[in-house]
Design a protein around this ligand. Structure first.
Ligand SMILES: Nc1ncnc2c1ncn2[C@@H]1O[C@H](COP(=O)(O)OP(=O)(O)O)[C@@H](O)[C@H]1O
Ligand SMILES: [Mg+2]
Length: 290
């Protein structure tokens, strides 16, 4: 497996002196090609900071970030800009579409900035929009699209031109559950086609689309799924009893999952997790610590 993203000992401190906030402390994280990693944690635990540093939008206070073969600490502004245009796809919680551009123009913007001929960019943009089911909305402006459609345009923009690292910050935060699942599926598909992805989410059913879940608390990775599987992860989570862990539990379960015969884990997080896993149709959730 080849690493698309490596964070090594990444620390981020905002401000100085008594008011300094330590947003990330010694974070090590590797994401391979074909791997989708979900990041969960309470508000303020450092998820957005991690994503922003991974995408070179901000420099860490210390530590190294490597995207493919580029060491971000020593890359020039020009190299960083090229990397963001060509290799990285961001999906922000609030979509960040440009209101005066059509859906197609929003999607092709990174390609056009990168010097692609307009015709080539438009073809790639149309393909990306049809991959998210919006082929009939290419000429619509963001204001004429629903929230779910806008988010799909944002996903199309994040994957257009074969971007190799997708960074999504609560991409389904404001969407209804059906659209949220569709958005997860699109990110999963692009990752399966050979990208790497990080997905920040507070919903367990969305994290279930990932190959691995990493929990952040106060800027540190406190838990990570291991080869032992979800049960080992959840046992660790129970010990940690952190608010970050509690937050990702689904608030309501449609149907309480009965405890398996002979199991000492009736109710509680494990059966809730099984319910979550079942809620992802057609997909076997695979746990690994590659
Ligand atoms: N630009 C900033 N200036 C100062 N503090 C910040 C800034 N951005 C984030 N923080 C602080 O850093 C911590 C982590 O924030 P963030 O990465 O946004 O967490 P999350 O996305 O998990 O909610 C929080 O305590 C937040 O208040
Ligand atoms: Mg955030």
């Amino acid at each position: 497996m080849s690493a698309v993203l490596r964070l090594v000992g990444v620390t981020e401190q905002y401000g100085e002196g008594e008011t300094a906030v330590s947003a990330l402390s010694g974070v090590d994280l590797t994401v391979d090609k074909g791997e989708l990693v979900a990041i969960m944690g309470a508000s303020g635990s450092g998820k957005s900071t991690l994503l922003s540093i991974a995408g070179g939008l901000q420099q860490p206070t210390s530590g190294e970030v490597v995207v493919e073969d580029t060491y971000l600490s020593t890359a020039s502004a020009r190299q960083l800009a090229a990397l963001r245009r060509r290799s990285l796809g961001f999906v922000f919680q609030d979509f960040n579409l440009i209101p005066t551009l059509t859906a197609l123009e929003n999607v092709t913007l990174p390609l056009e900035l990168d010097g692609f001929r307009a015709r080539v960019a438009r073809r790639a943009g149309r393909d990306a929009l049809s991959s998210v089911g919006l082929e009939d909305k290419v000429d619509s402006y963001p204001d004429d699209l629903s929230g779910g459609q806008q988010q799909r345009v944002a996903i199309a923009r994040a994957v257009v031109g074969g971007r190799r690292l997708i960074l999504a910050d609560e991409p389904s935060g404001v969407l209804d559950s059906v659209t949220g699942e569709a958005v997860m599926k699109m990110i999963r598909t692009r990752v399966d086609q050979g990208a790497a992805g990080i997905l920040v989410t507070h919903e367990a059913r969305h994290a279930a689309w990932a190959d691995r879940i990493v929990f952040l608390r106060d800027g540190r990775i406190v838990d990570e799924s291991r080869r032992g599987g979800a049960d080992a992860l959840l046992a660790g989570a129970r010990r940690a009893r952190s608010s970050s862990v509690r937050r990702w539990m689904p608030r309501r379960r449609r149907r309480p999952a009965p405890a398996p015969a002979g199991s000492d884990r009736g109710g509680g997080r494990v059966s809730a997790w099984r319910a979550v896993r079942r809620s992802v149709p057609g997909r076997r959730v695979c746990w690994s610590s590659r």
